[in-house]
Design a protein around this ligand. Sequence first.
Ligand SMILES: [Fe+2]
Length: 336
Amino acid sequence: MKALFLYTLSLFSFCSASLADTLTIYSYRHYESDVLLFDKFTEQTGIEVEVVKSKAGALLERLKAEGDKTPADILITSDAGRLHQAREAGVLQPIRSPFLEQRVPANLRDTDGYWFGFTQRARVLVYAPDRVSEDELSTYEDLGTADWRGRLLVRSSANVYNQSLLSSLIDANGNQQALQWAKAVRKNMARPPQGSDRDQMRAVAAGLADVAIVNTYYLGLLANSDNQKDRAVAAQLKVFFPNQAARGTHVNVSGAGVVAGSDQVEAAQRFLEYLATDEAQSAFTGATYEYPVVSGIEWSPLLQQWGTFKADPISLALLGELNADAIRCFNQAGWE
Ligand SMILES: [Fe+2]
């Protein structure tokens, strides 16, 4: 596969001038490391990359408003819920890429090629080991039991990460049970939902609660923060991967798709293919503490330290389709 890819890359270096001069990327990701990686793509292909960063909702609105006149070629955003919304809004176009179809597992990309995941994250339990022993933890479902009264922290249900997690519970257990779970977890929270995933971990370290539901890379960002206080927070916490005995831990992706209004589809496709190369996949695990989507890529030391785990193999496209059900369920449950 590697040989085939080198061939592809060199082929398109040769004719890149006719492919495109500049690709414009609308990105919800705010990592400096992404820009360094995109520079490597430019070195290899001669195609310049211009990144426009904004909030996920704002990018989608902008793409809708600009329509065919958009300067954007590629949309990068996190979570299948948002990628699905982009497809539904008509701002993406499908592509067929044997390379991407071979590299990115089917459950981590859109069934029709509208978007492809390029990094994975797990939504895990992070806990204070002085107040919780590992054998008390088991599943997301268990967090709804009375044992956890006043001991949990999770952010608002307006957040798409929680919506996708609830979509996975709807798929696994049905709407009724998912509603009961959302009600029970809301009741078990140490305070009304507020703040970011990182804020939940800071609060657990401060003793406000014992367990938080968060995405893995946020713990990596705290552990490697410039802020000494945040590094101390990370040092006090441990990671637990729930649901290992059955379906596996809920995972999601950062993903990208080619914008419907792009007239540089071929170059845009090359860019998406670049994100699935070994080079790009390894870079993500070290720089942003995300998991590769391509198998056989070595994880960075921190990810290795958290340990291997079984991921829920559900199709993320299906989670996107269940997003509206999840929002309705959260509203019914009174989870703000
Ligand atoms: Fe995030």
